[in-house]
Design a protein around this ligand. Structure first.
Ligand code: PXG
Length: 291
C-alpha cells in the first residue's frame, strides 16, 4: 500500500491527492501550515501545533470547519495509516478555490491537506560541530503588515529569499532582522543566545514566530535551572554571546557557532547548549500523542 494523504476529509492515494490550480494557497499564498515531528511513534506537541494552526486560521479568517479534536484525530489517523513512526507531518490549509483575490468568489470550502514525510535538515555531525550562519538583508515584515505569529503560507516568500542568501555563501542558515534592525529569528527557526549565563530569546513582538521548539527549550531551561529572559537581541549581542543556537521542528536544537565570519563563544557548541539539546531530546522520547 502506497502513501496516503488526508485531503479534505478523506485519505487519498498520494498520486491522486490533487489540489485545484485555483487554490488560494497556490494563487496567493492565502493559507497557513504546520510542520510537526514524530519521534518513536509519538507525535510531539501535537495539540500545541493544532492550536497554533487554528489561531493562524482565525487570524486570517479562514474557516476550517473542523474542531481542534477533529484535526488532532485526522493528523493521528494519517500518521497511523502511513505507519509513520518517525519523521515529519505537514499540515497545509488554504482558503479554498477561486480565481480572483476576493474571498467572496470562492467556490469551495477551505482546503486541508495532511501528509507524512521523512525529513533531516542537517547532517548529524552538525549538531556536534555547529552551524555557520549569516545575517540576511531580507527583513521580517512588521506585525502591522503581516503578523509573524501567523504561520501563513504567504510570508514565507521572504524567508525563502533569506535562505537563498545563506545558500549563496554556503551558510547553513540566515538570521533575519526586523525593521528596527533587531534580530527576529532565522528563516525557519527561532534564535537563542547565552549572555552572561542568561538564556535570551527575542519576544514574538520582535518578529519571531511563537515556536513550539522554542517553548519546549524554555521549559527545559526552567527544569535544569538555567536563568531565562525574553528580550530584544541585537547583532552586537549575537557577536558577543557566549553561546547561541537555533530551534525549530525541522532543525530541532542546533548550535550556531559562526555568524557573519565571527566565531561565537569558543567557535564550538557551549555547555548550556549541549545540556539543553540533551534535555530537549529526552523530552522527545517521553512525550507525545501515540500514532
Ligand atoms: N520561525 C519560523 C519562521 C518558522 O517557520 C520556526 C520559527 C520554529 O517553530 P517550531 O514551532 O517549528 O519550533 C519556524 C518553523 C518547513 C518547516 O516546511 C518549517 C518550519 C517547521 C517545520 C517545517 O520548511 N518552521
Amino acid at each position: 500500500m502506497g502513501q496516503l494523504v488526508y485531503l479534505n476529509g478523506r485519505l487519498t492515494a498520494r498520486d491522486e491527492a490533487n489540489v485545484s490550480i485555483y487554490d488560494h494557497g497556490f494563487l496567493y499564498g492565502d493559507g497557513a501550515f504546520e510542520g510537526i515531528r514524530v519521534y518513536g511513534g509519538n507525535i510531539f506537541r501535537l495539540r500545541e501545533h493544532v492550536v497554533r494552526l487554528l489561531r493562524s486560521a482565525r487570524a486570517l479568517d479562514i474557516a476550517l470547519g473542523l474542531t481542534e479534536a477533529e484535526i488532532i484525530s485526522a493528523i493521528a489517523e494519517t500518521a497511523r495509516a502511513n505507519h509513520h513512526t518517525t519523521g515529519y507531518i505537514r499540515v497545509t490549509v488554504s482558503r479554498g478555490d477561486g480565481l480572483g483575490l476576493d474571498p467572496s468568489h470562492l467556490t469551495s470550502k477551505a482546503t486541508i491537506v495532511i501528509s507524512t514525510e521523512q525529513l533531516s535538515l542537517y547532517p548529524k555531525e552538525m549538531y556536534e560541530t555547529g552551524l555557520t550562519v549569516i545575517t540576511a538583508s531580507t527583513r521580517v515584515p512588521p506585525a502591522c503588515c503581516i503578523d509573524p505569529q501567523i504561520k501563513s503560507l504567504g510570508r514565507y516568500v521572504n524567508n525563502i529569499m533569506a535562505k537563498m542568501e545563506a545558500n549563496r555563501v554556503g551558510a547553513g542558515e540566515a538570521l533575519m532582522l526586523n525593521m528596527e534592525g533587531n534580530v527576529a529569528e532565522a528563516t525557519g527557526d527561532n534564535l537563542f543566545v547565552v549572555l552572561g549565563g542568561v538564556l535570551v530569546t527575542p519576544p514574538t513582538s520582535q518578529g519571531a514566530l511563537p515556536g513550539i521548539t522554542r517553548a519546549t527549550v524554555i521549559e527545559c531551561a526552567e527544569e535544569i535551572g538555567i536563568p531565562f529572559r525574553e528580550s530584544t537581541v541585537t547583532l552586537y549581542d549575537c557577536y558577543n554571546a557566549d553561546e547561541a543556537f537555533l530551534t525549530g521542528t525541522a532543525a530541532e536544537v542546533i548550535p550556531m557557532v559562526r555568524l557573519d565570519g565571527r566565531s561565537i563563544g569558543g567557535g564550538a557548541p557551549g555547555s548550556t547548549t549541549v545540556r539543553l539539546i540533551e534535555a530537549f531530546r529526552r523530552r522527545t522520547t517521553v512525550e507525545g500523542v501515540r500514532v
